[in-house]
Design a protein around this ligand. Structure first.
Ligand SMILES: Cc1cc2nc3c(=O)[nH]c(=O)nc-3n(C[C@H](O)[C@H](O)[C@H](O)COP(=O)(O)O)c2cc1C
Length: 234
């Protein structure tokens, strides 16, 4: 595939086959990602990978937190107050993932969310459907591999910039090899599930997670959110 076709045919994958990813394939993806450029070639990030039993343990921790937090976050003010006071399921991520975007970007964000819900047949009032869709993030959409990308705490925006390039290389390499991925900011809402089961250097902060595996035939994987028309200026 030429680059434009490869790039344009990648989609966020939100349902995976349970098939394991061979070690040689994982190694190829990581080798490709290692060739990502970074400022002064510093690679200011740390990648943790979970599979098998470790992945199950991390998943259980995430689901426990999600199941505690969701009804409170989405309940009436009393429930929200309960979350604030008792802090059960309170986000313990290194970065805030729950916040309102600036107006123009929030419009795009809402449009994307709405389009995905519509595609999944989830209506505006379908609280259960929304909960189920969100919960699948913390089940890694059934993927056999989860990756967690950390950035050095002192580098701020530039570490995030380099990490983003690294992340995109992983996603394109995986796609090129017939695998699928979904980058997941949602996984950075809590960091304790990862730290509980994987050794993470103390100077690194969890910025994003990624599910990786072989895409299933579930129609969700054909969801194409498209792009707003970009003005290339010529
Ligand atoms: C940094 C980042 C965080 C994301 N977080 C999530 C997430 O938590 N859950 C999810 O389902 N998709 C997530 N996505 C996927 C985006 O929604 C998706 O990339 C976007 O809608 C464009 O669709 P496409 O990847 O199919 O082209 C994330 C993507 C990126 C790059």
């Amino acid at each position: 595939m030429d680059f434009s076709s490869l790039n344009k045919s990648r989609r966020s994958i939100r349902d995976f086959k349970p098939n394991q990813v061979p070690e040689s394939v994982l190694k190829q993806i990581l080798e490709d990602a290692l060739w990502s450029p970074s400022w002064s070639n510093t690679h200011p990030y740390y990648l943790a990978i979970a599979q098998g039993d470790t992945l199950e343990l991390i998943k259980n921790d995430y689901l426990k937190l999600f199941d505690q937090a969701w009804p409170l976050m989405n309940g009436n003010w009393l429930k929200k107050l309960q979350l604030l006071i008792f802090r059960k399921g309170w986000p313990d991520g290194d970065f805030r993932t729950i916040f309102k975007y600036p107006h123009t970007l929030q419009k795009r964000r809402v449009k994307t969310g709405k389009a995905l819900y519509e595609f999944l047949g989830i209506t505006r009032d379908d609280k259960e459907g929304k909960e189920k869709a969100w919960r699948q993030n913390f089940e890694f959409f059934g993927a056999p591999v989860a990756m967690f990308l950390f950035v050095h705490k002192d580098l701020k925006a530039y570490a995030a910039l380099d990490a983003g390039i690294f992340l995109q290389t992983i996603m394109l390499s995986a796609h090129c090899l017939g695998l699928g991925t979904c980058a997941q900011g949602a996984l950075a809402t809590w960091a304790s599930p990862v730290r509980n089961h994987l050794e993470i250097p103390k100077d690194f902060k969890l910025i994003v997670g990624l599910s990786l595996g072989y895409p299933s035939d579930n129609p969700v994987n054909t969801f194409n959110v498209g792009r707003d028309d970009l003005d290339l200026g010529f």
